[in-house]
Design a protein around this ligand. Sequence first.
Ligand code: CO
Length: 340
Amino acid sequence: MQSKGMGRVLHLGCEKRAFGGIERRVQTACSCRQRGRRYIERMNTPPTSTSAFRSRSVERVVRGQPTSDGAGVKLTRVLTQPLQKRLDPFLMLDAFGSEAAADYIGGFPDHPHRGFETVTIMQEGRMRHRDSVGNVGLLGPGSVQWMTAGRGIIHSEMPEQEAGLMAGFQLWVNLAASDKMQPPAYRDIAPADVPRFVTPDGATVRVIAGHSQGVAGAVTRPTTEPIVLDLTLPSGASFDAELPPGHNAFAYVSAGAVEFGDASAPTRVDAERMAVLGNEAGAAGVRLVAPAGLAAPARVLLVAGRPLGEPIAQYGPFVMNTTSELQQAVSDFQRGVLAA
Ligand code: CO
């Protein structure tokens, strides 16, 4: 997705080139057998007492802003620019979900990015991705694409369906100043390659990035060390997600409702709301409980990352540290060398 601010952008042509980015750097997910063994060990282990677990609390509940992007795709911008400092290193979270083809059929034609990473998480529907590095991929239900734009990439994200439900997320993760100009890279992750486990009381945890309860996610990234968990909690299920103390964290409830925080003072967050989680000293992470009586399991995207603490300068699809770096990005794009 491209974010507003660039006006109409032009396709600058594709160039195939070798890339040595994320695919070589990320830690590969553990094998199915190891995952299976971990799962069995977990299921055989009596639930440990959670009374000692101190949870972060909900600092603020945010309702997203309806907007459109690309060629008229309707979406909800949940993490907006005013929250970029508070939720550093995360720059944006868009939630999209519609059964009306008119809301998504235009897709996201060719547009550039520089200076950060985009993470596309599909829940329903199909999107075709193509980029200036020569990558082509089809995202289907449950699949994830992790793209490091680095110094520059031009790509398109177009629906590969003319009817039916299209739903999912796009998350933008900032890169440190020293990493912004690295070569672009990307990885398509099939649903079966996203490690998952089920807790004794029925919470399903898909570990897209980082670690959860000893399970390594599909993606591990340096510096920002993001944790991205896709959670499904049936009524009555709870889950304690450990989070590093310094990480900023938020959770988006896409279906049902969830109570966040210690049992003594939980905060209920309904569907289509984001909870900004506090950074309380001494909290081990966040406790989630799906309240009784939900018609369907709660769905939650839980995201945490180590803040970069650097200046953020954004112009549409370019996110750098200074205005002059943004001017350079625009100039490089106009001269056709952004993705060269
Ligand atoms: Co994009």
